[in-house]
Design a protein around this ligand. Structure first.
Ligand code: GCU
Length: 480
């Protein structure tokens, strides 16, 4: 009997009625609460206590989030161009052969977790094709489901939801921007803008999971939707539903793609967390797009906001097939330096509400160790995107309708600056400045880009600037 079957059998909870009936029963996924799973991980790591995260809701709390630059403790980011053995990286070859894999290994082990080597196959099915108008642009929308092979643990079904909308008049394959969408299949881009046209999965995150004090700004409205803007260029747009890949909760870690690979058992400390799983799902969607004749799969970009901004950055960093990234308000766990004590902290991500985004090992840095012990920092995640164009987007930190500073706009800018040497080594242009720009001042002359719009916690107002910048990189091969 091979080890996989043995592992499955060890999970049988209902004994067969008699020896004759004995056939391999299906493994039953463990059902834990986030707190239980979090505690198990702490035990596995030998951690007895974790430091409290920053409080973004109450300015008078003893652990109130720091929004005062003068109180930021000095920190040093690791040099992305110095290898673990101290060798200085001076050529692109050294970067690709030695340094980049070293950085990937540390992010895998300590930060986002490893994707198992043998992830199950995904079979894509087009479940619906509709002709529709997006604004006044005739378009074709396909709804797709990526069925993940569940033979290793048939109790766990993972059906990845994806929609793809391309201009009906396209004369050939088009570039596509793919977004990590909130909730389930939403209304069609061209359809009425009603909420809840399709049921949201039970495990979908609250749309506004963010403390009000942290993000007082709303989802800025008005003007054409991002899909309209993208289609108006003759490009396509796609939405992938993260929760159909992996739940946004520690309680879901024994299910979804992570649970399926673990046959319903809890994670090992270096197993992947939800961010890496969402990014994996986006890569599987890209596999599908490579087979769709309407799509120029060499020109697919990835976009997301907030936790999905983190996921978009992880997807960009790990899958070099993504041609461009639009990283919205990714904050801690995304573009914000872990080492900077401003706004949200590592300690927020190691608590039971958010730890599932990360590898279990990440908990160590909110407990016995500190963020300064992390062998990598966010600038190196940005550097993994090099030489590809990467646009770091935020709302304003202060002012009416602003996003607030929980996400640490300035720190994220500093991380982008610190990723610059890798872009330059690979022959590309970095931000070209280390001066933190004013709101609505785009830094878009190089491959690395940064802009804060005037609004709140959304990528919305940055789409026009992003698309002008993206225009330099994504091209329609055949004019419509
Ligand atoms: C919280 C969390 C952030 C996250 C955000 C979101 O504010 O602290 O890290 O990005 O939720 O995804 O909504």
């Amino acid at each position: 009997m091979n080890r996989a079957i043995l592992a499955c059998l060890s999970l049988i909870v209902v004994a067969p009625a008699s020896a004759q009936d004995a056939k391999p029963a299906e493994p039953v996924p463990l059902q834990l609460t986030a707190r239980q799973d979090h505690k198990l991980m702490m035990e596995a790591l030998g951690i007895t206590s974790l430091r409290e995260g920053a409080n973004g809701m109450n300015r008078n709390a003893p652990n109130a989030a720091n929004y005062d630059e003068s109180k930021v403790a000095p920190f040093t980011l690791p040099d992305p161009l110095v290898c673990a053995d101290g060798t200085k990286v001076t050529t692109p070859e050294q970067w690709w052969k030695t340094r980049r894999p070293e950085i990937v290994e540390v992010f895998d082990r300590e930060v986002y977790g490893r994707v198992p080597k043998d992830t199950p196959d995904v079979k894509w099915e087009v479940t619906e094709t509709n002709e529709e108008k997006v604004g006044d642009i005739p378009a074709i929308t396909k709804r797709l489901v990526g069925h993940v092979d569940d033979s290793r643990c048939p109790g766990i079904t993972v059906d990845i939801q994806l929609t793809l909308t391309t201009p009906a008049q396209a004369k050939g394959p088009v570039p596509v921007m793919m977004e990590f969408g909130f909730g389930g299949f939403g209304p069609r881009p061209g359809g009425p803008r009603t909420k809840g046209a399709m049921p949201r999965p039970a495990d979908a995150p609250a749309r506004k999971a963010t403390p009000k004090a942290a993000f007082p700004g709303g989802i800025g409205g008005g003007g054409p939707s991002w899909q309209q803007q993208v289609l108006a260029k003759g490009w396509g747009c796609a939405i992938i539903v993260p929760n159909s890949i992996q739940a946004d909760s520690g309680a879901g870690l024994t299910r979804g793609i992570i649970g399926l690979c673990n046959k319903g058992q809890p994670r090992k400390p270096d197993d992947w967390g939800s961010l890496r799983a969402w990014a994996w799902g986006a890569s599987r969607a890209l596999d599908y797009l490579e087979t769709d004749k309407a799509v120029d799969a060499k020109q697919v970009g990835i976009e997301g906001l907030s936790r999905y901004g983190k996921a978009a950055l992880v997807a960009m960093a790990y899958d070099p097939r993504f041609a461009i990234g639009f990283i919205g308000s990714s904050g801690e766990g995304g573009a914000k330096p872990h080492r900077r004590n401003f706004g949200e902290l590592v300690e927020n991500l190691t608590g039971s509400g958010e730890y599932h985004w990360m590898a279990g090992n990440f908990l160590k840095y909110g407990g016995p160790m500190t963020p300064a012990d992390l062998p990598v920092d966010s600038h190196e995640l940005i550097a993994l995107c090099a030489p590809r164009p990467t646009f770091i987007s935020y709302g304003a930190s202060t002012g009416p309708g602003a996003e607030g500073q929980w996400v640490d706009q300035r720190g994220s800018f500093m991380a982008a600056v610190a990723a610059g040497p890798v872009y330059r080594l690979l022959g590309k242009k970095d931000l070209g400045t280390s001066d933190f720009p004013e709101v609505e001042t785009p830094i878009t002359s190089g491959e690395l880009a940064f802009r804060q719009h005037k609004g709140g916690h959304t990528t919305g107002p940055n789409w026009p600037t992003f698309l002008t910048y993206a225009d330099r990189y994504l091209k329609l091969q055949i004019a419509p």
